[in-house]
Design a protein around this ligand. Sequence first.
Ligand code: AMP
Length: 288
Amino acid sequence: MSDSSGPPTVRTVADLRAAVATWRSAGETIALVPTMGALHEGHLSLVRAAHANASKVVATLFVNPTQFGENEDLSTYPRDEDRDRELFAQEKVDLLFAPAIDQMYGENDSTRIDVGELGTCLDGEYRPGFFVGVATVVAKLLLQSLPDVALFGEKDFQQLQVIRRMVSDLHIPVEIMGVPTVREADGLALSSRNAYLTPEEREAAPALYSVLNKIADAARSGGDLPAAIDDGMDELRAAGFSSVDYLTVRNADTFAVIDASTDLQRFPGRVLGAAHLGKARLIDNVKL
Ligand code: AMP
């Protein structure tokens, strides 16, 4: 079951289920941490939160092809399984599930999960089919492992809400926990795709978080939101971002647009942004 120098590792659904069943019969509780690898402190904070919420932690490592668009970076997505295995071992992951594609998508696989509007707005508009791929692979991972709790980063806030919706709608018996975003000292949210940034782009990248915070301040103080958003667009372009997909203030549960007339005491708000910098598309968000 164990590959050398890493946590115990399984590569088939049957072996995953057998390991989890053994733990279940011993009264253990199970937390699941899905990842696509190229691990950083953000992923590791999910593992730490998982240990705090269950007695056994299962991490997964799978670069999911169905969530990549045709012109996206599936073939160049950073992969380093040996390094990831070492980091998971350091964090005392109890089991790593690292399946090959045919375990996840068998011959004639055709079922897809579509959560509707929640997954077609924002990132779903700019990355058509992305959240169908995400919801489908996460549903598979949850049903394969049947954990008590599964942990996801607030960094990918729309993804977290899509998964909550899917789990609720399909009555999957698991608690979904969101984990706060881990950032570099200058505010840039950690992301495997930050590896695409040149040194100059890396210097410019924290502008996204800074702009989101300025918009959040305007929203909190009842300021002029459209003006704050326009200023944010200008600031990002001046910093070197080539295009801004969106900068927007939304209801955190429904993603309905929030404007000056919205009572922020009654609606949980979130400022979200996505913008291109060199080869990278950066996303980030802050809570209101
Ligand atoms: P990925 O490998 O990019 O699919 O991410 C796996 C999990 O790590 C997802 O739940 C992400 O939301 C989460 N994650 C990615 N970056 C961060 C971060 N900077 N802070 C916290 N969680 C993160």
